[in-house]
Design a protein around this ligand. Structure first.
Ligand code: OGA
Ligand code: MN
Length: 198
């Protein structure tokens, strides 16, 4: 956890392989897959409230929101780790993070999410993005990397390509870092969410 906090302190973003153990990650992956097979996912939207729209030119992932009060045991296990992270972030950076909202995401073969910030226009409730990847045996040719531009506010210049490997957590300041999901060449799964200030 300390390494992750140091990276956020230095750069505003961090990648942590093995944030969630392999067994716990596999159980979340299985749950994600089953929910998808049961038709519980919906095409992800862009914008919020009455402006929420499905825009296949911008993003093609499918999502299933985690529902407070209905968390599964596997979800609880991950959320418990995120809770420790939330407290650590607050303690170190005085962020006043209050809660987490998140969803499973599935990118079918060919799906992508064009460059964006995670903060909606006119809002500042999403402070930190946290993404856990659920893909075992991910290979370089499989696409679906997270392209993260590493200078705050810039959509050009230096970037990192982060492979969506099982158990890896990526964290960054939601309003500062432009990012994009490269087209996936096979089904790509994750739990994506945000620490919010209300
Ligand atoms: C998002 C997002 C990135 C990823 O859902 O807002 O940018 O790597 N996801 O899944
Ligand atoms: Mn995003």
């Amino acid at each position: 956890m300390e390494i992750l906090l140091d990276a956020i302190d230095r750069n505003g973003w961090a990648v942590m392989p093995g944030f969630l153990k392999i067994d716990a990650s596999r159980r979340l992956r299985d749950e994600c897959r089953e929910a998808c097979e049961n038709g519980e996912f919906r095409p992800a939207g862009v914008g919020r409230g009455k402006d929420l729209k499905v825009r296949e030119d911008i993003r093609r992932d499918q999502v299933l929101w985690l529902k407070p009060g209905e968390f599964s045991k596997e979800q609880e296990a991950y959320l418990a780790k995120l809770e420790l992270l939330r407290l650590a972030l607050n303690q170190r950076f005085f962020l006043g993070l209050f809660e987490f909202e998140g969803h499973f995401a599935i990118y079918p073969d060919g799906a992508f999410y064009k460059a964006h910030l995670d903060r909606h226009a006119g809002t500042n409730d999403r402070i930190v993005t946290a993404i856990l990847y659920l893909n075992e045996d991910w290979q370089p040719g499989d696409g679906g990397e997270l392209k993260l531009w590493t200078i705050p506010g810039e959509k050009d210049g230096p970037f990192e390509l982060i492979e969506p490997r099982m158990g890896t957590l990526v964290c960054f300041l939601a309003g500062d870092f432009w990012h994009e999901v490269m087209p996936a060449r096979k089904t790509r799964m994750s739990v994506t969410g945000w620490f919010r200030r209300v």
